[in-house]
Design a protein. Sequence first.
Lengths: 235, 75
Amino acid sequence: MFKIFEPNKIFQITSRAPRYVLLLFIIVISIGLSEALIFSPEDYKQSHAVRIMYVHVPSAWISLGIFSSITALSICGYIFRNKNFFLISKSLAPSGFILNIIALVTGAIWGKPTWGTWWVWDARITSMLILALFYAMYLITWRIYEDQNKVFKVTTFITVLGIINVPIIKFSVDWWNTLHQPASINILSKNAIHSSMLLPLIIMTAAFALFSLLIFLMKYNTELIKIKNKGLDRL
Amino acid sequence: MINELLFMNGYGAYVISAFAFTLLSFVTLYLIIKDQFVKEQEKFIIKFGSLDYQKAKTAKLQKINKEILSNATIK
C-alpha cells in the first residue's frame, strides 16, 4: 500500500524539487511582503501594528499543522511499522519548530503596542509555549537515542502527548478569558476580517507553507543520503 | 513615502523587527539545513570514491545512489 512512497522511488522527485520550490517561494514571499507592508490597509484600532499579523498568524497556523501531521505520521509509522513515516516526521519537525518560535516572538512584539506588555501567562500564549517545548523534546529525542526502535517509540509517545495541546491552543480563546483575541477566520461562519487584509494573509500563508516544504525536502534528502552512507559502509 | 513606510505612525520598529526576525530565522534555518545536506553529500561522494570496482558497480545498480551522484556539486 505504501510502496509508492518508498525512498528509492521518490528520491528522483525530492532531490530535484527544492530548486523549484525555492524559486516559487521567492516569488510568493515577494508578492506577500509587498502586500503585507505596502498595499494592505492599516487597522482602525491597531493602526500599522496589525501588519505583524501577516507573519504571526501564518507561522502559528503552519506550526500547528506540522505538529498534527507529525503526530499522524508517527502513529501510522508505529502501527504499520513503516520507517519512512518516521523519516518524513523527522524532516518536518525543524520548520515546525522554527515557525512556532516565530509565532511566539512576533506575538510578543505585537503584544507590546497593543496590550502594553511583551508577555502574559494567558492560555493561548502559554499553550503555544508548551507546543514549542514538545517540538524541542521531539527534536532532542532524535539526537540523544542511538537505538532506532527506541527513538520511534519515544517520539510517538511525545507526539501523542503533545497533540492533546493542539485543541487546547485552538479553543483556549473560547474556553478562557484571555488577552488574545478570538479567531478572525472561520471556515464554517463569516470571517471577521476584510478581504483587503485576508488576501495578504493568504499569500503569506502560502509563502510560509512553501518555505516549510523547501526545508522538509532538503532535510528529507539529507536523511536519505545518511541512510545510503550507512549502506555503503555495509558493502 | 519611504519615511511613512518605515515610521508607520510610530509602529515601524515593532513591525520591521517582527518581519526582520521572521526572515532572519528563515535564512538561518535554510543555511543550517543546506550545510547538513552538503556535508552528507560530500561524505557520500568520498565513500563512493573509496569503493573498489566491484563494490562501486554493485552500488551503482541502485537508482538512488546514481541520483545522489548526479545531483552532487563538486567543490
